[in-house]
Design a protein around this ligand. Structure first.
Ligand code: ADP
Ligand code: MG
Length: 275
């Protein structure tokens, strides 16, 4: 049996909100297990409607939110033991996020190449300008761009799709073992989504990075996933190989998800950024 890369072990997260008199407890994630193995790159898709606990799970795996119960280990180290600047940096080198909205991930006043250079310096530990540029260029080429194309560009000079590719490139600079992508295409023009999702597939195959791909959209999950976890109200209601789960969903909720995506009109929520 291979060594585990990521172990999510009975993880639960409870939020309290409201004032003293109207205190409300929300169990955002309720006993989730997940294991990814070293040397077996795969795309694990976590799918569920809004409020099912996907982002909370992602943030716990990224060590941005701590579990109320259960544990998460990355390469054998409990994330609660990842403290202090050096340990946090070492963890971040190996586990990188990709967020939903690329326009929020970049400061509009800052050129995008600066992000790649800063990441090469701080995460990959490079010092020589030529090495820094080479690392940025290599990561950009991994996502179908190049340093020449984005050099000195500001975020607004790029399309949503290009900017999300730059965000993915930035995440790749330190050569992580795991990417956690939380709805990475939901703010992107519908026509560009498939190309970004297949880029994730290509990265997994070519570079051996494993990806936790979070989405509420079964259509994009189908083509890209090795494994699928279907979440509802904080719990995993069904999981397994993508084909098995998607071709023959067992749980009533999974069937509902599937029938809603297959209906002719899939409503879009919110505005999209255009190419
Ligand atoms: P998803 O990403 O699937 O939409 P979330 O993890 O964002 O789900 O949310 C799961 C549940 O936890 C929701 O009911 C949400 O309102 C609640 N929740 C998430 N973050 C917080 C928070 N910081 N404080 C209070 N409740 C939260
Ligand atoms: Mg979310």
């Amino acid at each position: 049996m291979s060594a585990p890369l990521l172990e999510v072990d009975g993880v639960r997260r409870v939020y309290s909100s409201g004032g003293l008199l109207s205190r409300r407890r929300v169990v955002a994630v309720d006993g989730v297990d997940l294991r990814l193995d070293e040397g077996q790159p795969e795309i694990v898709t976590v799918i569920g409607e809004s409020g099912s606990g996907k982002t909370t799970l992602a943030r716990m795996i990224l060590n941005m939110v701590s579990p109320s119960a259960g544990a998460i280990r990355f390469r054998g180290t409990d994330l609660s033991a990842v403290r202090g600047t050096a340990a946090r940096l070492a963890f971040m080198r190996q586990v990188q996020p990709i967020f939903q909205n690329p326009f929020e991930a970049f400061n509009p006043m800052k050129r995008v190449d600066r992000y790649l250079f800063a990441t090469a310096r701080h995460m990959a530990g490079l010092a020589a300008p030529a090495d820094i540029e080479a690392a940025a260029d290599r990561a950009l080429r991994d996502v179908g761009l190049s340093l020449a194309e984005v050099r000195r560009r500001y975020p607004h000079e790029l399309s949503g799709g290009q900017l999300q590719r730059v965000a993915i490139a930035r995440a790749l600079v330190s050569r992580p073992a795991l990417l956690v992508a939380d709805e990475p295409v939901s703010m992107i023009d519908a026509s560009l989504r498939a190309s970004i999702v297949s880029l994730l597939r290509g990265l997994c195959v070519r570079t051996g990075v494993s990806i936790i791909y979070i989405t509420h959209d079964l259509a994009t999950a189908y083509s890209v996933s090795d494994r699928i976890l279907i979440m509802r109200l904080g719990k995993v209601v069904e999981s397994g190989p993508a084909r098995t789960v998607l071709d023959d969903p067992q749980h009533e909720y999974s069937r509902l998800l599937k029938s809603s995506v297959l209906s002719p009109e899939v409503p879009s929520n919110g505005a999209f950024f255009h190419a």
